[in-house]
Ligand binder design. Structure first.
Ligand code: PGA
Length: 243
């Protein structure tokens, strides 16, 4: 059975209340593709507002990170339970920018994914190799071990989403060849089995979305820069194959 594609936007540390309102205005019934599931992950401070702005507009809301603990004295962090309370249904964990900026390890990412599941959220677990690792021929080994070490035990099919994001393709305008994407996604599929959606992320744009979304074992996209305007985001979503 084909998996419903998930088209997910990651606003990173961009956005404002005004920008969220403009985006919501672009989500007209006529503009929304019916096939894929749609998701926007705004900065934590905007999750509640975006959840109310998007209510009934066919786009889910998610966080970009959560703490590994359910609650506690962790100044500045956000719990998975609060994201859920604000209306989030998903949370990104282990994005390469979190791994680089905050020293997150596979063990941290695994603990965060488990906290997300405990709060009723679907974690979107990110893996991806650096350019040096790809050039050294280690891409598959690296992403496979990242996934094996960060995947929660017993996560049932459908309870997690995986995102393959080569670090060198994020925000650079460069993408791997479709053959390279297919090779990595097949390796990840062998780890997670058939029921788990595996997204591709890294410089997905309206112009390359159809080609990327048609690759075997690509079940959607995680989009940074091109998710900041509803028109680009929806153009990518419209390129998703129907399940
Ligand atoms: P990009 O970011 O689409 O701007 O390359 C992707 C991501 O980091 O999720």
């Amino acid at each position: 059975m084909a998996l419903t594609p998930l088209i997910a936007g990651n606003w990173k540390m961009f956005g404002s209340r005004a920008m969220a309102s403009r985006f919501a205005e672009g989500l007209t019934p006529a503009a929304l593709p019916t096939g894929p599931d749609l998701l926007i992950c705004p900065p934590a401070a905007l999750v509640g507002l975006v959840a109310s702005l998007f209510a009934g507009r066919g786009v889910s809301v998610g966080g970009q990170d959560c703490h590994a603990k359910a609650e506690g004295a962790h100044t500045g962090d956000t719990s998975a339970a609060l994201l859920a309370d604000l209306g989030a249904r998903y949370v990104i964990v282990g994005h390469s920018e979190r791994r680089a900026d905050h020293g997150e390890t596979n063990a941290t990412v695994r603990a965060k994914a488990m906290a997300a599941l405990a709060a009723g959220l679907t974690p979107i677990l990110c893996v991806g190799e650096t350019l040096a690792e790809r050039d050294a021929g280690q891409a598959i080994t690296i992403v496979r071990s990242q996934l094996q070490e960060s995947l929660p035990d017993g996560a049932t099919a459908g309870a997690v989403v995986i995102a393959y994001e080569p670090v060198w393709a994020i925000g650079t305008g460069r993408t791997p060849t479709v053959a390279d994407i297919a090779e990595v996604h097949a390796a990840l599929r062998a780890v997670v089995g058939d029921g788990v959606r595996i997204l591709y992320g890294g410089s997905v744009k309206p112009g390359n979305a159809a080609e990327i979304l048609a690759v075997a074992n690509v079940n959607g996209a995680l989009i940074g820069g091109a998710s900041l305007a509803a028109s680009d985001f929806l153009a990518i979503a419209a390129a998703a194959p129907t399940a």
